[in-house]
Design a protein around this ligand. Structure first.
Ligand code: AMP
Ligand code: MG
Length: 414
């Protein structure tokens, strides 16, 4: 199905006043996760997306073992004291014999439970006199024993396809003795900035120019997502150069551009996008970030973001990020919304979703949030000072100090 066909059958789809939730739904309806996979060594698998289920072929731990340093005993013998110490079990060096009546074995953490023993008594409470061991009352049967398969059990799947691998997951896979896993290949994302006013770092700034910062924020945001990054630089507002850039970028999975999609601009970008592929131009009911293009050029999905530096970041976090993670095969995309109390009055008009730049802080046992001040969509400092977005919902009007608001944290964001 074409993109137009897919999105036009969505409820409440209005390209000229598109609600944020509708835009998100429209994008996701068009995308599919990449299917190609590759095998990587687990050390290289951090942040990669599993393309297989991990099903244990062994129990972890493989044997019942001691959780403490102490004495392995038969619980039913505790009324036959003192017990006789007949040997030692160390981690990796099991005790070869078997406990008989009235016997015990000195045992260390991680050592296999000797045959016949069912309970471990910690060394701190035990009284020793040569081979004779006396244990105080109050012990519980089976205490301080870790059972085989307590962590992972043979045949019971532990990590599923679509999981983005964290350090703990990689350790878990290692604990099963598995050295390589199948993961989805990395999504290839090409991007460029458009605009005749853009100067590159290193060149002196001429009158009317600004240094191109969008490519650098984009690079940072993409790097955190673990995608393959193809930085195509700055492309002038020149039809031939833009066409070449789009065609070259369309070899990849995704193209991101900044600038050239706003309404008033006599930009070639829009015309070209429309000429080269199937591209929709949206006015999203949000602030900042109103204009945005979405569609396909060749087989590549295109996100045409606005030019304003804050709008780039907001549209990236609210639309592109989740889309890229979904395409990467991940199943845990959305950034959670948390509640905090507004520390000040916030201006807001109903009819659009606002993403004010916020500072979340703790005061008298309560999480509160204030804005970073000046909220212009060109004020990148507002993003740099912020640690969260204050997300003010579509229907909502002005917010009074003390009212609850939703926030999205930046830290830990990927
Ligand atoms: P546009 O969406 O192209 O109309 O650009 C909107 C505003 O964002 C203008 O003030 C541009 O100068 C600015 N802008 C566009 N692209 C960039 C960029 N790559 N880096 C910094 N500012 C930009
Ligand atoms: Mg422009």
């Amino acid at each position: 199905m074409s993109i137009v066909q897919t999105v036009s059958c969505l409820d409440g789809y209005d390209p000229d006043a598109l609600r944020v939730d509708k835009a998100r739904a429209a994008i996701l309806a068009c995308l599919a996760p990449i299917r190609d996979s590759e095998s990587v060594r687990i050390r290289d698998a951090l942040g990669r997306v599993l393309a297989q289920d991990i099903v244990p072929q062994i129990n972890v731990p493989a044997h019942d073992n001691s959780a403490m340093d102490g004495y392995a005993v038969r619980f039913s013998d505790l009324d036959k004291q003192p017990l006789k110490e007949i040997g030692t079990a160390l981690a990796g060096r099991p005790f070869a014999g078997k406990l008989g009546a009235g016997e015990c074995v000195r045992i260390m953490t991680g050592a296999v439970m000797p045959q016949g023993a069912d309970t471990v008594v910690i060394q701190e409470v035990v009284k020793k006199d040569g081979e004779r061991v006396t244990i105080p009352p109050g012990q519980k049967k089976a205490q301080n024993v870790r059972y085989a398969g307590e962590d992972l059990k043979v045949g019971i799947p532990v990590l599923g396809e679509g999981k983005s691998l964290k350090p703990a997951d990689i350790g878990l896979i290692a604990s099963l003795g598995i050295g390589a896993v199948k993961v989805r290949r990395r999504l290839r994302v090409a991007f460029f900035a458009t605009g005749d006013e853009l100067a590159s770092i290193g060149a002196p700034l001429k009158e009317g120019e600004v240094y191109d910062s969008n490519r650098y924020t984009l690079h940072g945001m993409l790097a955190r997502l673990g995608v393959e990054i193809i930085d195509m630089g700055v492309v002038r507002d020149d039809p031939a150069a833009l066409e070449k850039a789009f065609l070259s970028a369309s070899r990849h999975d995704v193209i991101i551009t900044t600038g050239g999609v706003s309404v008033g601009e006599a930009d070639f970008v829009k015309q070209l996008m429309a000429k080269l592929g199937e591209v929709l131009f949206w006015k999203i009911a949000m602030r900042p970030g109103r204009p945005m293009a979405f569609g396909k050029v060749g087989d590549a999905f295109l996100f045409g973001l606005p030019g304003n530096p804050v709008a780039v970041m907001v549209t990236f976090y609210e639309f592109v990020r989740d889309a890229l993670l979904f395409m990467s095969g991940r199943e845990d995309a959305a950034i959670p919304l948390l509640k905090a109390s507004a520390a000040e009055n916030l201006r807001k008009v109903p009819g659009r979703t606002e993403y004010q730049r916020g500072i979340l802080f703790r005061e008298q046992d309560q999480w509160k949030v204030r804005t970073t001040g000046q909220q212009g969509s060109g004020v990148l400092r507002s993003m740099s000072e912020a640690n969260c977005f204050i997300v003010l919902e579509h229907e909502r009007g002005a917010v009074k100090a003390g009212e609850p608001v939703s926030v999205q944290l930046f830290e830990g964001l990927a």
